[in-house]
Design a protein around this ligand. Structure first.
Ligand code: NAP
Length: 271
């Protein structure tokens, strides 16, 4: 395992940060990328104090040249990439009053979908050399439509389709593509969206700084994703509620629509 290299976008926070620990424990060389230099330095320093050395590259995945630079720098430093995890992402909750916000749609698609496309474009040739793993941290919202999440759902459905297509295209060349359909996990993602939002349609308790009630921890989600890479699985759905939602949606789609509408309306009316 000594020479294996993993790149994690959004490795400075939440699920990405927890993934760092999983891969370090397994003996990988770890490179992480995100926009905030301060956050990257913090993770670097924290891990250094535990005796681990990681490589950080300041990257905005919305900028194609940043994605190319990330891959070039990792190759310059380590000479190979075995696992590339498209994890960086943002979310948004639309309010009924605001309706469909075009600017937000572009912003979310730019990060969650085109960020994945741009990083993958440059990582792919290296993953084909190592017969490595290309990973997408997708969401249950990439398989099932959720209310007030049209931009986020669209971005994750797009990411799902993009990586699913590459999986089949490169099947005979040994590329492993893992799609991870993560359910609600307590991280900063909703807090950031809430700070930036006029919407009052955040269900109660969402976006709190303390652990959000009833949600999986980032460490639990990361462990499922890491096992998916290790076992070269096709997909991973860490949460039981997420699994149930996807199966209900496949078997009884109309019933699932009604249940989802009722669940989210109840959440809204208790605000
Ligand atoms: N938490 C959940 O409930 C949940 C559920 C399903 C799926 N997911 C997915 O899990 C992934 C990780 O989210 P998280 O919950 O761990 O959120 P988080 O704690 O907010 O972490 C997001 C990470 O992405 C980075 N990032 C955001 N925009 C970026 C950009 N343009 N370029 C580079 N890096 C960027 C952030 O760093 P900077 O801001 O410094 O760039 C941060 O490191 C996301 O794709 C999310 O959609 C999360």
């Amino acid at each position: 395992m000594e020479n294996k290299v993993v790149v994690i976008t959004g490795g400075s926070s939440g699920i990405g940060r927890a993934l760092c620990d999983c891969f370090i424990d397994a003996g990988y060389k770890v490179a992480i990328a995100s926009r905030s230099e301060q956050m990257l330095e913090q993770v670097h320093a924290d891990l250094k104090s535990e005796g681990h050395d990681i490589f950080t590259v300041k990257t905005d995945i919305r900028i194609e040249n940043d994605c190319k630079n990330l891959v070039d720098k990792v190759i310059e430093k380590y000479g190979r990439i075995d696992v590339f995890i498209n994890n960086a992402g943002i979310t948004w909750y639309e309010s009924d009053e605001d309706g469909i916000n075009i600017e937000k749609h572009k912003e979310i698609l730019d990060t969650n979908h085109f960020g994945t496309v741009q990083c993958t474009k440059y990582a792919l040739p290296h993953l084909l050399k190592t017969k490595g793993s290309l990973v997408g941290v997708c969401s249950i919202a990439g398989e099932v439509g959720l209310p007030n999440r049209s931009a986020y759902c669209a971005s994750k459905f797009a990411m799902n389709g993009f990586l699913g297509s590459l999986r089949v295209q490169y099947l005979n060349r040994g590329l492993h593509v893992l799609l991870t359909y993560v359910g609600y996990t307590s991280t900063n993602i909703r807090k950031i969206a809430k700070d930036d939002s006029k919407s009052n349609h955040f269900p109660p308790g969402y976006g709190e700084t303390v652990k959000e009630k009833g949600m999986m921890t980032a460490e639990e989600a990361a462990r499922h994703i890491f096992n998916g890479v290790k076992k070269r699985k096709r997909s991973v759905r860490p949460s039981a509620v997420g699994q149930l939602t996807v199966w209900l949606n496949k078997l009884f789609p109309k019933l699932n629509d009604k249940l989802a509408a009722k669940y989210y309306n109840n959440k809204k009316s208790s605000l």
